[in-house]
Design a protein around this ligand. Structure first.
Ligand SMILES: [Zn+2]
Length: 420
């Protein structure tokens, strides 16, 4: 008997991925169907439905569900859902389709047939309204807003059958996980409470601190990494995976940690996205989600703790999963330990010299910006051990070094006209 939380709005997971003969037959049929191209966000949402991470959704949302989710965080039938899961297309494609038609859903980046949809409804939306509700802005500098604004003018709704998980199981073989697989591991370990730690950056000591706190209050921690699409300039998933593994191998008890990866593209919707993260973590079997500072945010669009507050604003009983609200964490030289804004009384900021060493007496809290971190690494300088473990730094440094070599080669070619 499982002790884990139930999936969202259902007693069992509802993966929509077909297998074996059923899948082969549907793939054959799909060859003859009209093709609808999906954006990378839509493809990632389809895979999330395929693996059961978006249980209990059965397809892309219709108008009433879209409206209810935008306005009141719920589908037309009352089910709590925080962000619309919709499929868009052009005016021409929409005009050629009628309710009841079947279409093949194609990943526009790989041209692979990812699934089929039986059309129940086509409709137009007020994109600015969706963005205002979901992202709190219509500024197209916001990457999530830009995606919505650039999508087709019509939405197609209907139940889907999913035929592929794309390259994720292959490229991220060591960590890619379906919810049923994660649940099985948690059950084998006898866990009933599991805290999910959302990660899309390398894991430094401040993240490790969150994970250690979670282990103190739950049976274990699920380090759950995004392997879907990120902003340009973010560290690629395979580098992150290695860096996190190095940290886990050396500084965690192996029986208290499980690592996994999920294929959803970031929307950077801040508080709303924190709620979506909660929904699918519950499907993965997690009873808690660590919600830190500016969870799933980008730029200055959200207050640092908006994502904490939104869990109080949704109706009671919307989710079984509970947030573990955590403040901004760092190392404090005065406290002599990891600490947070909630615990540490020392407001001053520690100074790091040009060699990457702490300047004694300069201040208390060690806060390294990504830019300074990268500068120190690229110059081969020291990274304070209080900020990140040496095993993690070594892997990141290797990544940045080969990046810079590539840039050098490119510059060299441009200067000399050489091809190779
Ligand atoms: Zn302190």
């Amino acid at each position: 008997m499982t002790q884990l939380v139930k999936p969202h709005g259902a007693n069992e997971l509802k993966p929509l991925l077909l297998e074996g003969k059923e899948k082969e037959e549907e793939l054959q049929k799909a060859q003859r169907l009209p093709r609808v191209a999906m954006t990378s966000r839509e493809t990632s949402d389809l895979i999330m439905m395929g693996i059961g991470a978006f249980t209990p959704l059965e397809g892309f949302m219709g108008y009433d569900d879209w409206k209810g989710v935008c306005a009141d965080f719920k589908r037309a039938d009352g089910l709590f859902w925080p962000i619309p899961i919709t499929l868009s297309t052009s005016e021409e494609v929409a005009a050629s389709l009628r309710a009841g038609d079947e279409v093949a859903l194609v990943d526009s980046e790989t041209d692979e047939v990812m699934g089929t949809l039986r059309l129940s409804e086509k409709y137009q939306i007020d994109k600015a309204y969706e963005c205002k509700e979901v992202f709190k802005t219509t500024d197209t500098e916001h990457p999530g807003v830009l995606k919505v604004m650039e999508q087709g003018a019509w939405n197609l709704a209907g139940p889907v059958k999913v035929l592929s998980e794309s390259y994720y199981p292959r490229e991220f073989a060591s960590i890619y996980q379906r919810p049923a697989e994660a649940r099985r591991i948690f059950e084998q370990r006898g866990w009933s409470t599991v805290a999910a730690l959302q990660l899309r950056n390398p894991m430094h000591n401040s993240h490790a601190y969150l994970a250690w706190i979670a282990i103190e209050v739950c049976d274990g921690v699920y380090i759950h990494q995004l392997v879907g699409k990120l902003k340009p300039g973010d560290i690629p998933a395979e580098v992150r995976v290695r860096a996190i593994q190095a940290l886990v191998d050396n500084y965690f008890r192996p029986d208290r940690v499980v690592q996994g990866g999920y294929p959803m593209e970031m929307r950077y919707a801040g508080p709303r996205e924190a709620l979506l993260h909660a929904v699918f973590r519950q499907n993965y079997g997690c009873s808690h989600l660590i919600v830190g500072r500016d969870h799933a945010g980008v730029g200055d669009y959200y207050g640092p703790f908006d994502a904490h507050r939104i869990f109080n604003e949704i109706p009671a009983g919307s989710l079984e999963l509970q947030p573990l609200r955590m403040d901004w964490t760092f190392y404090c030289y005065e406290c002599g330990s990891m600490a947070s804004m909630k615990t540490c009384p020392h407001d001053s900021k520690a100074t790091i010299d040009d060699e990457g060493n702490y300047v004694p007496g300069s201040g208390a809290r060690l806060l390294l910006s990504g830019t300074l971190l990268r500068k120190l690494m690229s110059e081969g300088k020291n990274i304070p051990k209080e900020f990140s473990k040496p095993e993690v730094i070594a892997i990141l440094k290797e990544y940045y070094d080969q990046l810079e070599e590539k840039v050098d080669i490119k510059l060299h070619q441009a200067a000399t006209g050489e091809k190779k």
